[in-house]
Every structure is written in C-alpha cells, then in structure tokens.
Design a protein around this ligand. Structure first.
Ligand SMILES: NC(=O)c1ccc[n+]([C@@H]2O[C@H](COP(=O)([O-])OP(=O)(O)OC[C@H]3O[C@@H](n4cnc5c(N)ncnc54)[C@H](OP(=O)(O)O)[C@@H]3O)[C@@H](O)[C@H]2O)c1
Length: 255
C-alpha cells in the first residue's frame, strides 16, 4: 500500500490457506492497517486463522465464505461495508489444484472429466469476478485501492510448453481474462482501483505439496516470502499496471 499515515483496511479471501494466511499476518504487522477481514470456507481447516483472530481482537475479523456462492460473497461485502466505505486492498487467495476426493491435475486426455473441469472454473475463475462485482462500491472512493487475485504462470497460454493440467491451466487463463475485462470496466467506474493478476511462484503450501519433488529448493518459496513479494507488488502498482499479469518479481507475463 502507498506510504501514508492514513489508517487502512484490507480483505483477504481464502485467508485460511497457506498464502492467504501469510498475507493476513503480514498485513496485521503493519501499523497503518486498522482492520483486516479474512475469509475461510471450512472452520475445521481454519484453526490458525481463527486463533490469530482471537489474538488480534477486532483488528482481524474472520468470516465464513464459500467462493462458489455469491450470497456468501455479498454477505462478506455487507459485513465490511457496515464498518468502512473504503478498502485499500482486496486480495483473493482462493484456489484449488487437487482435493482429497477425485480432483487431480490431468496428465492426459484419458483423465479429462467434465465435472472436474467445471470444478476448476467454479473455484479458480468465477469467484474473483463475483468478488469484483460485489466489492465495487468499496473500491470506488477517491483513495487508491488494489484488487489483486492470485493467478498462476501455468495459466499463460503463450508460455505453455509442457501441456497437461488442462483444467487448472484453463481456469487460470479464464481468471486472467476476467480480470483484464474487469480492469477495463473499473477504469470507467472506479478509476482509483488497480486490478492485478499475480503469479506467486511455487510456494510451499498444501496446494503444491504433492508436486514439489522436481522443484529446486531455491525455487520453492515459503508462504511468508511469497506474501512479502505479492504485497510489495500491490504496494508499488500504478494505474498503468491495472489489468496486467505479473510474476512474483514484477516481471510481466505473457497471456
Ligand atoms: N502454492 C503454489 O505453488 C501456487 C502456485 C501458483 C498459484 N497458486 C495459487 O495461489 C492461491 C493460493 O493457494 P495456496 O498455495 O495458498 O493453497 P492452499 O493453502 O490450498 O489455499 C487455498 C485456499 O483456497 C480456499 N478455497 C478452496 N476452495 C474454496 C471455495 N470453494 N470457497 C472458498 N475458499 C476456498 C481454501 O480453503 P479450505 O482450506 O477451506 O479448502 C484455502 O483457504 C491459489 O489461487 C493457487 O492457485 C499457488
């Protein structure tokens, strides 16, 4: 966020996950941050976030939200709007690559399944656009705001050399298109808001755990390092960056 003494507010969607929780913690360490809202889906998986909220008193409010249900997103928006009319930062860290049931990245066409493809879009693409729709009034003021969503380099069509992972790749490519299009509408309707699509780098979380074997240690970031890098991008972003896709180090990525 910009250097200012003014108190600031932020919301982290998916604050129970590896990257989301690290971002919430780092925001809370900033003295200018007056309040953070952090959403979680499953109470049993959100123990760390809920514990953190207990230690922070009213500075961190943990709210339940399933990203696939627009009513939940609207309820979170209303809860925020009851306290503030402006968000300085909204960051969506919700995402899925695999689950304990049947969802696994596809290695070949033999594994393609319609319902699993839809599941990737339902969680990795559509929630960001619904959040962009619901939050517009809170990002609209005369103060700068940032709406950042965590995408993935693997969603770059131009960079796709390896193939595979059809559902995850396509869902992140769709996310990028949603964000680029949203940035164009925001430029008219809330011009102080900067929309960012960010690749975090391979980060040591539950999402990447089964796929870390071939990642050299120096290329596997801790959640804390990733949070620092992504928040630095949010802090430095200018209006000219809105609607762009950046890697963790600020390098622009091809669509
Ligand atoms: N880790 C990496 O190497 C890497 C690389 C590139 C991109 N990314 C992206 O970074 C983002 C954060 O991932 P992560 O690594 O922090 O993974 P993670 O630890 O698995 O966190 C994912 C978060 O998404 C939430 N979530 C999943 N489905 C949801 C739904 N339907 N509604 C609401 N929340 C839902 C999870 O909540 P529950 O715990 O309740 O399921 C969790 O809070 C994702 O978008 C991911 O695609 C990660």
């Amino acid at each position: 966020m910009p250097t200012t003494e003014q108190s600031q507010t932020a919301v982290v969607f998916g604050a129970s996950g590896g990257i989301g929780l690290a971002i919430a913690r780092q925001l809370l360490a900033r003295p200018e941050i007056e309040r953070v809202w952090g959403t979680y889906r499953d109470r049993d998986r959100a123990a760390e976030l809920l514990q953190l909220a207990e230690t922070q008193g009213d500075r961190l409010r943990a709210l339940p939200m399933d990203g696939t249900d627009e009513r939940d997103i609207a309820a979170v928006t209303q809860a925020i709007a009851a306290t503030t009319n402006h968000l300085d930062l909204a960051i969506n860290c919700i995402g899925i690559l695999h689950d304990q049931e049947r969802l696994q990245p596809e290695k070949s066409l033999r594994q393609i399944d319609r319902d699993r493809l839809l599941r990737y879009f339902e969680i990795n693409s559509i929630p960001s656009l619904l959040i962009g729709k619901q939050l517009i009034d809170l990002l609209k003021g005369d103060r700068r705001s940032v709406f950042a969503c965590i995408s993935a380099k693997i969603g770059s069509i131009g960079d796709n050399q390896l193939g595979g992972w059809y559902g995850y790749r396509a869902s992140k490519a769709a996310l990028n298109m949603y964000l680029k299009t949203l940035a164009i509408e925001y430029a008219r309707r809330c011009p102080r808001a900067i929309v960012l699509s960010l690749h975090p780098g391979t980060t040591d979380t539950a999402l990447s755990k089964p796929f870390q074997r071939n990642v050299p240690p120096e290329k596997l970031f801790s959640s804390d390092r990733t949070a620092t890098q992504l928040l630095t991008l949010c802090d430095r972003a200018t209006p000219a960056d809105s609607g762009c896709f950046f890697s963790w180090d600020g390098t622009p990525l091809p669509w």
